[in-house]
Design a protein around this ligand. Structure first.
Ligand code: OSB
Ligand code: MG
Length: 369
């Protein structure tokens, strides 16, 4: 197929509550949604990018620009026989992986519709349900944190992730561990520490955490390998695993015991599956991270997490944990065993609320062949 038309839009949709990490605070999503059309069939994708480069180098505006000026025009001049072709077509593009992923995602969705297959089928997913947890942002006090965590546990989530930073790490983690001695618990530092904090971070070892996510720099693998030698808690890399090559480096350096896979961070689903397979072969468990996606990205993340090496619960909470009203007509509900049911509908499985999407669109661009 040849793509004939690409529609790119930036949306704004507030979260049910602000989300705070070690480095930034977000009140809502500024994701970029991508629609492609070819041969009378439509595909949709999402780049769950933030408004400023606090997580990685991309922003909603850079994603809009890359899609409009570089990525969409590049696809107009290439035949696509399989969704995995997009990775090769974009191979000369440096970085800008969130932009790439939104368009690649739309191509997977398009092929799902063309071939009447679900994303789970196309990716080779095996599970019908995937285990999920919730990522809890930095709170104003430990009392408030315990209330928020209690709310999620009462809602049925069996795995909790705490965002941490210097001054909000050991004590909040201790408080949650003491209140729920057996809950699956992990922490995420979003690149705020340095090797100088090694002894400090080793204090987390006593809490029996599943993992500590991305303690060191966003683009570091080398120092994570050094840190892993002196802390017992398994290091999980998020920010710094941006490609299959980076995965190989991390595995060879023994920089982590776990990998978080986010399709948006690594350029899409083809790269996600490659990273999954490499980690599987190296005995490194993976889990599906999240970028507070709308229902579009959420549906695809659930499908991805049905692959066999996604053995730890994902940051894929039910839609209602993020948005009072989402852009889809079929939001996920949390099952009583802290799982979400993998969609069997064709494509990503998301049923779009197109009028609502129009109403929250802040900027829209159409590119044609
Ligand atoms: O580091 O995992 C992260 C959200 C935005 C950017 C980075 C991260 C996160 C989360 C939220 O932790 C995960 C979710 O979507 O629930
Ligand atoms: Mg993270």
């Amino acid at each position: 197929m040849r793509i004939e038309r690409v529609e790119i839009r930036r949306i704004h949709l507030p979260y049910v509550s602000p989300f705070e990490t070690s480095g930034w605070r977000e009140e809502g999503t500024h994701a970029v949604l991508v629609r492609i059309d070819a041969d009378g069939i439509t595909g949709w994708g999402e780049s769950p990018v933030g408004p400023a480069p606090w997580y990685n180098e991309e922003t909603s505006d850079t994603v809009m620009l890359m899609l409009r000026d570089i990525l969409a025009p590049r696809l107009f001049t290439h035949d696509i026989h399989e969704p995995t072709d997009v990775q090769q077509i974009f191979a000369p593009v440096r970085a800008n992986r969130m932009a790439q992923s939104g368009l690649e995602f739309a191509v997977w969705d398009w092929f799902g519709h063309a071939r009447q297959q679900s994303l789970k089928q196309m990716l080779g997913g095996e599970r019908d349900k995937v285990s999920v947890g919730v990522s809890v942002g930095i709170q104003s006090s430990i009392d408030q944190l315990l209330k928020v965590v209690d709310g999620y546990i009462s809602a049925g989530y069996s795995r909790i992730k705490l965002k941490i930073k210097p001054g909000w790490d050991i004590e909040p983690t201790r408080a949650v561990r003491e209140a729920w001695p057996t809950i699956l618990l992990q922490v995420d530092a979003n690149s705020i520490y340095t090797l100088d904090h090694a002894a400090h971070l080793a204090q987390l070892d006593e809490f029996g955490l599943l993992l500590i996510e991305q303690p060191l720099a966003h683009d570091d693998i080398f120092d994570h390998a050094k840190l892993q030698r002196v802390i017992r808690t398994p290091i999980c890399l998020d920010e710094s695993i941006v490609s299959p090559e980076h995965t190989r480096w991390a595995i060879e350096l023994r920089a982590c015991g776990v990998i978080n896979i986010k399709p948006a961070r690594v350029g899409g689903f083809a790269a996600s599956k490659q990273i999954h397979d490499m980690a599987y072969a190296a005995d490194i468990p993976v889990w599906c991270g999240g970028m507070l996606e709308t229902g579009i990205g959420r549906s695809a993340n659930v499908a991805l997490a049905s692959l066999p090496n996604f053995v730890l619960p994902g940051d894929i909470s039910a839609n209602a944990r993020y948005y009072a009203r989402d852009v889809v007509l079929n939001p996920f509900e949390l099952n009583s065993d802290s799982t979400l049911t993998v969609p069997n509908a064709i494509g990503s499985g998301a049923l779009l609320d197109l009028d609502f999407i129009d109403s929250i669109t802040t900027h829209k661009v159409v590119v044609t062949k």
